[in-house]
Structures are given as C-alpha cells and as structure tokens.
Design a protein around this ligand. Structure first.
Ligand code: ADP
Ligand code: MG
Ligand code: MG
Length: 874
C-alpha cells in the first residue's frame, strides 16, 4: 500500500475522506489544497506506516525510505528548493496528526533542514543574519527536545547563561555574534546529552524526526489522553512534512490562530489571536502576548479580507465551525491547518441552530454532527446562584476560558488532584500553567485555574474540550506550586482551602459557592426538538418523587421507566411502620403494619400519576433485602424495641435472622413478594387505588407494574396473580377500571436465557442492566469501583467500566437474545432498559441497535439520552 500522500504543488493525492489514513491534519491539508486554498506543499506519511513501524519492532517498514524520498522530491519540485542547498535550501516542518485531534500530544518541529550551511542562505533570504541564526538556535532546541529527548531546560540554562554574560534581559537583545555563540552552546548541550553532534544532513534530520513522531504515539501522555477521552481503534499517527512559510519576515508577516465562531458562546464572527513578525508556536507558547485578530485587520486589511473569505469557505465546505491556523509571509496568506473546532456546550447548540438557520447544514446533520451528548450534559450542570448571594468571596479575576461553575478544594499538582479525586474529594487544580503531562489531574479536577496563558492556552483548550470550567491567565494571583499555595497579595489560599471558579466570567472566589441547577436554553430546546424528530428509541426517566417526575418531564421524558418504591419507605415517619412490618411475627401483625403504610404510598403514587398525566409510570415492587430497613447499632435496636414494646433480645434475634452473607444474592426482589405476598398486595392496592383516584380526578393514568429479580417463570406467574387479583378487587370496589400492564425486569441471567417463557406471561421487559451486569460478570457492583476494576481498566482487560458503558459482547448478548426470544414469543412485548446505562450515549446507541423500545435514565440524563438516541438513528 502507498504510505506517502502528497499535497499542494499541483499534486494532491488525498482528501478529507482519508482521515483514518492521513490523520485529521493531513486529510484537511489535502482537502484545502484541493479547494485551491493557499497551503504550503508537503506530504503525509500514513497512520498505517506508523502501525507498520510498531509491527516491525520500531523499524521503518520496507519501502518507506523510498516513498519519503519521493515525497521530498515532490517538495523540491513544488518549491524550487532543495534540501541542504546552500542557495535555495528547502526547510520543512514535521508535524504529527492522528485521526482524532489530540492537542499538544506531539510537538511540531519547525525549520528542519537548517544546518551550518543553510543558515547562511536563510540569512540572505531574510536579508537579516540575526533572524536566521535565531531560527537556527530555535531549531536546535526544538529538534533536540522534541526529537532526541534532550531536556529543554538544558537549552534554557545555556540561553540564560549567555544573557547573563552579555548583561541583557530579553532574547531579542542578543545580537548575531551572540546568537552564533548560542548555536555552539546549544550543540554542546545536545552532544552532552546524546553523545553526538546534531545531524547536519537534512535527510537524516527528517528521518529522526519522523521516527520521533511515530515514537510519540506510544508516549505516556498520548496513552493517558486516549484513555481519558475513550479514543480507541486508531492505528497510529500520521506525519506531515510541509514546506516552511515564514511569519517572521518583518512586520508584513505574522502568524495566528482563529475560530470561525466564538468557541465559548458560539457568537458568529472570527475569534482569534495574531502575532506580527512571529513564527509557529510563538502564539500558543505564550512567549509574546498575542493580539486580537483585529490587529491583523488594522495592519493588513486585504490579507484580512482574504482570510475571512477562506474561513467562510471552509466553514461552508465542512459544515461546521472551524479552528484554523494561518501564517502571513510578506503579505501573503497561508493556511496551515483547519479542523472542526472544540467548543463549549452553549456554543455547540448556538452554532448548530445558527448553521441550520443560515442554510449551511440540515437539521439531521446538525443533530448528528454538531452537538455531542457531552455538550448537552454540560448545559445541565449547575451554575452559581445568580443574586451574588452564594456564599463565596471574589478574590481575583482571570480569563473566562471555559464556562461553568466549579467548587472544590485547592490542589497544586496533577498528582494531588488525582489522589484527591480517588479519595472522593472535589478539587480545583491551581497551576501557573498546564502542560500535557497534567491531563490526568485536569480531568480529575472540577475546575482549573492558571495564572498564565491565554484563551488558547493548553488549559483553556483542554478544559473547553471537556466542558470543564477553567479560569486562565489570572495574573492577579501568584501560584507557588512548590509550597502549595496561591496568593493575591492580600489573601492566601492553601492546599485544601475551598475555592470556587466561574469559568463564564473568569471570577475566582474564596469559599464554597452555592450552586443552582440549570435550565434548558432556547437553543438546546430547539436542538433536542430536532433530535426527537429523528430518534426511534423512547426516553423515560427513573424517578420516585413527584418533583423528580416533573423535572424529568420538563427535560422531555416520555414517562417513568423506573419508580423505586423503597424510597417511599424511608421517608420521615414511615420507617417505623416499615420496621414494624418487618419484625411482625404473624401475618396478622404484618398486615396491620402494612395497612398503616398503605395510605401513605397511595398518596405518593397519586402524585406521581398526576405529574405524569398521559404518560406511562412503571412502578417496581419492593426490591431490597429487608434488613436494609432495620437498625444495626445498639442504640437503634433499643429504640426500636422500646417503641414496639418488645424486648431488645427479640429485635436482635429478628435482625440476626434477616442477616445474609450475600444480601445482593439473597432474599430480595420478587423473592420477598413470593414469601410475603401481603407486601405485594399492599403495594398493588396502594397503586391501583391511586390510579383510580387520579383517573377519577381526570388524569390519564397508565400504570405498569414491574416485578423485580425474576429468574423463573413461576416467580413471575405468582406475582402477577397477586397483582391481577388486587387490581380486579380495587376496580370492582371503585366501579372504575384503568388500563395497566404487568411486566418484569430482566436482570437475572436465567431470566434472559428463558425470556421466551417469561414473555408469554409478561406485557413488558425492562432490562435492569446494573444487576444484569453484576450477575453476568459476577462482579459486585458495590465494590468493583474500588477493588480490581481500576487495574482491569488500566491493563485493558476490560475496555470500559461495564457498570458505566454496557458490555456489548457479553451482557449485550444476553439483552439481544432475550429481546429476540421475548418478541418471538409475544410480538406485543414492550422492551426497555432502566439501568444506569440508559443515560450513557454509547450504551444508548447499542440499545437502539438492539431494537429496544425505550431507555430510562435519571432525569438529568434525559436530554442527553434524547440526543444520543437521535444520533444512533441517523
Ligand atoms: P499542533 O498540532 O500542536 O497544533 P502543528 O503541527 O499544527 O501542531 O504546528 C504548530 C504550529 O507550527 C502551527 O500552528 C504553525 O504556526 C507552525 N507551523 C507548522 N508547520 C508550519 C509551516 N510549514 N510553516 C510555518 N509554520 C508552521
Ligand atoms: Mg503542539
Ligand atoms: Mg496545529
């Protein structure tokens, strides 16, 4: 297979469809070249070449040498320059780029091809010897650091030493004599570390650089980034080798980065930064403070017009907001990169609705491509109570780098953030600035605060990508990472002190601000309404309280898929009655206790039915083991004995009798209802009486009674008979009937295996994927998070936490089989899911594929599930 694809200079081999092979950067450079936009020519070494490199034990696969040589020939022909030529030397950049953008994962090497000879030619081209030698010493630093692993600090020390000797403070004060001297010193640093001099031969430089890009694919930081972002299935990174253009040829030149729309708010209009007379990474490196793009418009209006036109063209072509890198060389514009820009949730929905209104994309594309489930999730996160009365004091203000509110304890290193998170603490990571090494800790933090860096700094870009609040470039604070404190001059915050961040305003507050829940904006409401047009999967909510039900409804839930009735038992004043019921020695006593609970439950059900007027409400019969309701300490036991008028010994005996070695595999679910049918009877009576009352009051009531933990068809038949009998009795007593269904959870593997038999009796299945996962793997869901599971994930024994994202292979197979068996036996069978997985986008896509009717998730995940369901269908 071909391993090198050319672009520019009239020979472009690739295009944007080849992203997997050429990486995002390479594919888009090819696409821009095809569009006739000004892109310096180059070639892309494919991701498959990188994979072949690893397959061959970190050796270049056969033939790659020749192909790269042909790529160089293309570059030489396209530019009229030659590698190592003393008059017209070819200089290139070497840039990594995988199919998924991984910001900052592999640094770019600029000006490759410089050596003692070509630097002189560069000096002539620049008409400025100083700039040429400055470029050369920077190349040695970059090449040494990025390609050969020479610590950058070594070069820094050499530079500082020279500046001290010369008595200058700024790099720019070094004259050409000093810079020549610096080049020698850099070579010495290089040799000290590597044992040899930097290669003079550009081909050798190139070979080393390509090697290094390949090698970076498996660097720790790249692996961490992929793990955190669930990036899987990529074979490697591509390498882009591209002719240099020079943004540092005086004031008529410069370099910049921009978004075609505002990445935080989505507001239309270019948003970016520009630095005159500068090259490459100067903008992001924070060496000099960049200016807003208007600086370019003022200095070179014609160039700005060209840029705007190119940006508009790219946005329309890609149908998405673009993140663009460009350079101006002596008044000529060059585009160096374009990609779909990372954005906040608020920006995503604004851009999606604007692009549809502007006719750039259709609704289905907007739903499928322009808004991610994570974006919607972000918009559902809390913000500070607005009236300013949220209990924290503003102490500083920085750039509003990534919106949203965050509250946590201050920590000063990525490791501390990860450790605190593991211990269950919420933290704010405070750094001077962040680097790719910090991504693990950044991910663990609720929010990120930096004292240095702009809107495109590492912290800002990464935080926006995750939708994590970030305040960057807060220059009113001094961060001391060593001593672990930050000070504003008047206030000092130490590790462990509470901090609050408002990433929307840039405010930093001391203390623990009060957060309020968010609402849905018009933009997100519109996007979700479009999503509803495309999705096939229904979305219900798991809700036990009327307030949750109302919230769920406001978020678009189409019913309740799981009402856990045990929560009703824990409420104030009820637990005593529940305990009486449990401790009763005779059925008579138990019935008396249950009778006391009945009106309370009836009231709860009625409120739920009314909140969900016109929509189904799925009520699960009592599920947890009874001992969960009993006191376990002496004081509790004594108090209970006192109230019930029995001896402490009696209570102890009953508590002990109910204790089990494996309660999750014990006397719970329908096993309770089978051994104590009066519990099921009471619940059913409360439910049907409430249903009849609500119907009498005018509500459209659709109860669905769900039997938990069924493993055999006989269990289901037993419980169903109890429910049907109570329903008939209540309807006869009240002279009114309501339609209802009786179905079962499928959460015991045996039930999934024998689903056809159960489906003959049941009106619906609801896959309880939490227990089904627990019992299929045999992992305790209450312990797995802290036990072996983290190591399993690290060692890739499992791709994901199966309690978060459904295990499609195993648990998913049971779901699929049970669904097929069930439908076959009973074509009218409804199929739903009510585990945590119902709100996980990847799992939702699976449930769509598996042909289920609906998912049910917590109210705050409902909007996320609506979007995920639409994306699965598109
Ligand atoms: P990253 O993935 O970190 O953005 P890039 O490969 O895009 O790395 O390179 C970073 C920067 O280096 C670019 O934005 C651009 O300013 C500069 N650069 C890369 N290639 C060239 C080139 N051929 N000519 C001039 N500058 C370049
Ligand atoms: Mg970089
Ligand atoms: Mg880039």
């Amino acid at each position: 297979p071909r391993r090198v694809y050319r672009f520019g200079g009239g020979h472009t081999d690739g295009d944007r469809s080849l992203k997997a092979l050429l990486g995002g950067k390479g594919a888009n450079l090819a696409e821009m070249s095809r569009l006739g936009l000004p892109v310096p020519p180059g070639f892309t070494v494919t991701t498959e070449a990188c994979a072949a490199f690893y397959d061959a034990g970190r050796e270049w696969p056969g033939g790659l040498d020749e192909e790269v040589e042909a790529g160089v020939a293309h570059l030489e022909a396209a530019t009229g320059r030659r590698f190592g030529d003393a008059r017209r030397p070819l200089l290139v950049s070497v840039r990594s780029g995988a199919a998924v953008s991984m910001p900052g994962m592999m640094d770019t090497v600029l000006d490759l091809g410089l050596n003692d000879r070509t630097v002189e030619a560069l000096a002539r081209a620049y008409g400025d010897e100083r700039s040429a030698w400055d470029a050369y010493r920077r190349f040695l630093d970059m090449f040494g650091d990025v390609v050969m692993g020479v610590p950058h600090a070594g070069f820094e020390t050499a530079l500082q030493g020279l500046k001290d000797e010369r008595g200058v403070t700024d790099d720019t004060d070094l004259d050409v004599v000093a810079l020549r001297d610096l080049v020698d010193r850099y070579k010495a640093v290089y040799r000290r570390h590597t044992g040899h001099m930097p290669p003079e031969d550009p081909r050798e430089q190139l070979r080393f650089a390509i090697d290094a890009v390949f090698g970076s694919w498996r660097s720790d930081r790249a692996i961490t980034y992929r793990r955190i972002n669930h990036i899987r299935g990529l074979v490697g990174t591509a390498v882009n080798v591209q002719a240099m253009v020079f943004g540092n040829h005086g004031e008529g030149s410069g370099t910049g980065v921009l978004f075609s729309r505002h990445p935080s708010t989505g507001a239309p209009g270019l948003f970016g930064e520009y630095l005159a007379n500068a090259q490459g990474e100067d903008v992001v490196a924070g060496i000099r403070t960049p200016q807003p793009l208007s600086a370019l418009r003022d200095a070179m209006p014609e160039v700005y017009v060209d840029l705007e036109a190119a940006v508009t063209r790219l946005e329309r072509h890609y149908g998405d907001m673009q993140d663009i890198e460009f350079t101006v060389e002596e008044g000529t514009l060059y585009l160096l990169q374009t990609r779909n820009g990372k954005r906040t949730g608020a920006a995503a929905v604004k851009i999606a609705t604007d692009l549809v209104r502007e006719g750039v994309v259709t609704k289905d594309r907007a739903v499928r491509d322009l808004v991610e489930p994570g974006h919607v999730d972000q918009l559902l996160h809390p913000r500070f109570a607005t009236d300013g009365d949220h209990g924290a004091t503003p102490i500083a203000k920085g750039l509003p780098a990534s919106p949203g509110a965050a509250v946590g304890k201050a920590v000063f290193s990525a490791e501390a953030a990860e450790a605190a998170k593991a211990a269950g603490d919420a933290v704010i990571l405070v750094r001077v600035e962040t680097s790719p090494e910090d991504v693990g800790g950044m991910h663990a933090a609720e929010g990120i605060l930096t004292s240095r860096g702009g809107m495109t700094s590492h912290a800002a870009v990464v935080a926006r990508g995750w939708g994590k609040p970030c305040v960057a470039g807060c220059d009113g604070i001094v961060v001391n990472e060593e001593r672990r404190h930050v000070t504003t001059g008047t206030v000092t915050v130490r590790e462990g002190d509470w901090l609050s961040l408002d990433g929307t305003t840039g405010e930093v507050l001391l203390g623990r601000a009060e957060l309020v829940p968010p609402g849905l904006s018009d933009d997100v409401t519109e996007v979700l309404a479009w999503a509803d047009e495309f999705r096939r999967l229904g979305v219900r909510a798991n809700a036990d309280q009327p307030a949750d039900a109302e919230q769920a409804r406001a978020f678009g839930a189409e019913g309740i898929g799981l009402c856990r009735t045990e929560h009703m038992f824990f409420e104030d004043g009820r637990i005593e009655a529940v305990r009486e019921m449990i401790l009763a020695e005779t059925e008579h006593d138990r019935r008396a206790a249950l009778d006391a609970l009945l009106p309370l439950q009836r009231g709860d059900f009625r409120a739920l039915f009314e909140a969900m007027d016109g929509l189904p409400v799925t009520v699960r019969l009592l599920d947890p083991p009874l001992h969960e309701f009993l006191p376990h300490d002496d004081a509790g036991v004594e108090a209970l004995a006192d109230r019930l008028g029995v001896s402490v010994g009696t209570v102890r005996r009953r508590v002990a009798a109910l204790r089990e070695q494996n309660p999750m595999l014990g006397h719970r679910g329908c096993r309770l209802g089978v051994t104590h049918p009066e519990i099921t009877e009471t619940q059913a009576r409360a439910l049907f009486e409430a249903a009849v009352e609500a119907a009498e009051a005018g509500a459209d009531v659709r109860p669905e009674v769900m039997v938990p933990l069924v493993g055999t068809v006989a269990e289901f038949r037993h419980q169903r008979a109890v429910v049907d009998e109570v329903a008939a009795a209540v309807f006869a007593e009240r002279g009114r009937t309501v339609p209802y269904l009786v179905g079962t959870m499928i959460e015991v593997p045996r039930a999934a295996l024998l689903a056809d038999a159960i489906a003959e009796e049941a009106a619906f299945f609801s896959f309880g994927t939490n227990d089904l996962t627990q019992m299929t793997f045999g992992y305790s869901r209450d312990d797995a998070g802290t036990g072996f599971l983290p190591q399993y994930l690290d060692a890739k024994i499992l791709p994901d936490d199966p309690f978060q994202t459904i295990d499609q292979e195993g648990v998913g197979l049971l779901v699929r089989n049970a669904a097929a068996l069930g439908r076959n036996a009973n074509p009218a069978l409804h199929l739903g899911v009510c585990g945590e997985h119902g709100g996980d986008p990847e799992s939702v896509a699976f449930f769509h594929e598996a042909g289920l009717d609906y998912v049910s998730c917590s109210p705050f995940r409902v909007p996320v599930a609506r979007l995920a369901a639409a994306q699965a269908a598109l």
